[in-house]
Design a protein around this ligand. Sequence first.
Ligand code: GLN
Length: 227
Amino acid sequence: ETKKEEQKTYVVGMSADFAPFEYREGGEIVGFDVDLAKEIEKQAGIKLEIQDIAFAGLLPALQTGKIDAIISGMSVTEERKKAVNFSKAYFNVSQVIIVKKDDTSITSGEDLPGKNVGVPLGTTSDTLAEGIEGINLTKYNKAYEAILALNTSKIDAIILDYQQAVNFVGQNPELKILPKELAKEEYAIAISKENTELLEKINGALDNIIGSEFYQELLEKYIVENE
Ligand code: GLN
C-alpha cells in the first residue's frame, strides 16, 4: 500500500480590504481572489493558507520569505517585476478618478494638478499620482480612509482601481467615477523569484481556469460592472 503524497502547503498573502477581490464578511475573508485561490488549490493539487497583510506590507513579506505568494488584486508593473515573478495575468483593470458628484472642476487627469488627491499607500494608484506634477498628494493606509476624506471634502479626488471604485461609489451615492481612465493594468499572482516550482504550478492551474466555466461564474459572482 502506497502512502498518499502529502499536499504541499503555501502561504498566500492578501490585503482583505479590497472588495470585490478580498474583503471580510462576518470575519471571514471572501472575494474573487479567495475563490480563485481555492480553484488553484484544486487544479494544482496544493494547499494555500491565506494570511491577511496590509497591501504595502505584501511585497516585503514575500521578499523576506514570510509568505510564498501574493493574490491581492496586485497589478503587474516593471518595477515590481524586478523584485518578484508574476504569474499569467488573470484580470484586466484600469485606474480611475473618483470625485464628488457635483464637482465640475475635475473631468480628467489633466485637471488634477493643483488639487488635493488621495491614494491608498503603496498601490499603483500611488505611483501614478506621484507621476503627475503639481498634485497635492495624501496617502492613506486604507482606501476607505480616502473615501471618508473625499466625503468630508478634505480632498478633491481619489485615484483607485476601477472595480474597487465601483464598489465604493455603490455605497456612496454622492460620489462618481470619471469615465476617462488614467491607465490600464493587469492583475497577476506574485511569487518569489526563487520559487519557480510554485510559479509553474500556479500558471498551469491558471491555464485551466482562465476562460473556463468556473471563471465565467467568478465574474458573474463578484464583478458587478465590467468595463
Ligand atoms: N492594483 C493595485 C496595485 O497593485 C491595488 C491593489 C490593492 O490595493 N489590493 O497596486
